[in-house]
Ligand binder design. Sequence first.
Ligand code: HEM
Length: 548
Amino acid sequence: MLVEKVPITAWLLVVLVFFVASRLHRPKKSLDILPKVRAEDEPRCLDSEVPFVGHAYNYLTQGPAYLYRLWKQSEEAIFTLKVLNKSVYVFADPEALQAAEKHYKTIINDQLFVEGTSQLFLWSKRQQEIALIHINNPHSAVPSLLKTVRPALRDSLRPGMNLDEIGFRYQKEFGRHVNALAAAGPEKIQLWNWIRTTMTLGAGLATFGSKHPFVTNPSLQADFWAVEKENLKLIFYPFASLVLRKGFKARQRVLRAMSEYTDGGGIEDASSFVRAYHKVLEQYNLTNEELGSFDATVLTAFIGSLIPLGFWVVLFILARPDLLATIRAEVDQCVRPPPSTGRSTSVDMDQLRNNCPVLYASVREASRIAMQAPLFRTVTEDTRIALPSRGETYLLKKGSLAMIAVSCVHGNEKAWGPDIYSFDEKRFLPRNGAASAEVHEGEQIAKADPDIARPVHFDAFTRSAFTPFASGVHLCPGRHYAQSVIMTTVAMFVTSFDVTPLENDGIVIPPMKPELGLGSAKPTHDVGLLVNRRVGFEDVQWGLEGSS
Ligand code: HEM
């Protein structure tokens, strides 16, 4: 009887649990190489009602909120969960997170990253080997792909001309969609669907150029999002071609299109960012299929976080008339030339970055709420972790898994105050500085701090509790790109349109779907809006004359 009551998805999850667990469970070669440690040295182990797989099942069914609940119950900065008798260390406190980042040489993400993306985008054996040479064969004459590509990614995504070029191209493409919306009168949209489509096209074109498959074959977008939706299942489920037919076929089409993009010289019109890492990849003589799977990996790495976050920022602002008015007042100053009939206009991105503190704070607050998925690491050597404020030291055992529990640090009430689930941009406005919503006439507005990942006006503890873009050596190199694209999206949308919800009296924020492993949370359902041109913006045409 019990069996009948359990939905099929739950059984599939149990299969998934065993797969996750079996990846953790590596055979021991001999007793000599077992770490000689006492079990009590590990962070406190939290029991589960169901032995062996209870924690994994709970995580897979409840998501990052499960880690948050365990942390609140135990109040441990780091705790251990046993999955098939293997240790999974959960870093739940900002100080613990910093400690983990200090040990970046033995608590690493490279192996899991390569294993995961290889499964998802079918990296070849050779691709996997050269990506992990620095770990598996450190004396090899061939430089590791991850080691050579990283500096190229970081350099080409720094603020400057390269990033401005991406920003211009994004603004031009996104502007085209804004110009078309409600141009002939009020129009109904589903906001998540609209934002997802237009931002995906904008980011695809700005990054990969006019020959990107999203541009040349827009139906491929749906395939991409189908893969994104099934990403963890595609990584872990056996027989994906049978049990995940839709995602499996969609992945085939995405990979074929990305390979054809390289084959057809699409790279020539790509941004400096893509050209920079392709240049580095030349030394490995990868096939077009291998290059295509690498491009698909890069695309997923940023689109899965960027676009849902863009949606949440727009929605949180639209849902609060007071905030909308403040942000419009900020953004209206950044529109050049001021809107008037028959002339094209644009957003001045420097002004946007530097003179819109409330918009900037809103992007940060939305990323605190929407980025909840943990970051995964493996422990490659026995590692002692010290937490000075608690006077504690723990041993982390080689071969274990570690999870940076972003849901716990982003929900830390000591850092963020009460009511951590509600959107409050004031959390990110300097408390005593001038750059706040309460700025009075004539007061100087402080220049925005330039790095979205580091709100410099916070004390060290609160700064460590803000980690949507990770930190230390893992700090996301695309964060400036993300900031620029999201702020441009919000600026153009909220200045151009007035909206009214299709249902309910006010805009209701939908719940967030728990995101287990990759990207920011997506809405559980869409939000229907009636969109109308804002008074004064009826005939405005967004465009950047002279830019390519
Ligand atoms: C809102 C948007 C974004 C968020 C929240 C985000 C978040 C993150 C996080 C948390 C990591 C670290 C992962 C880990 O340590 O396991 C990361 C890494 C990375 N991100 Fe982003 N990201 C965003 C946008 C972008 C964009 C737009 C790009 C590129 C155009 C990008 C490129 C990368 C790359 C290449 C890495 C790997 C860095 C390395 O391992 O050295 N990201 N991102």
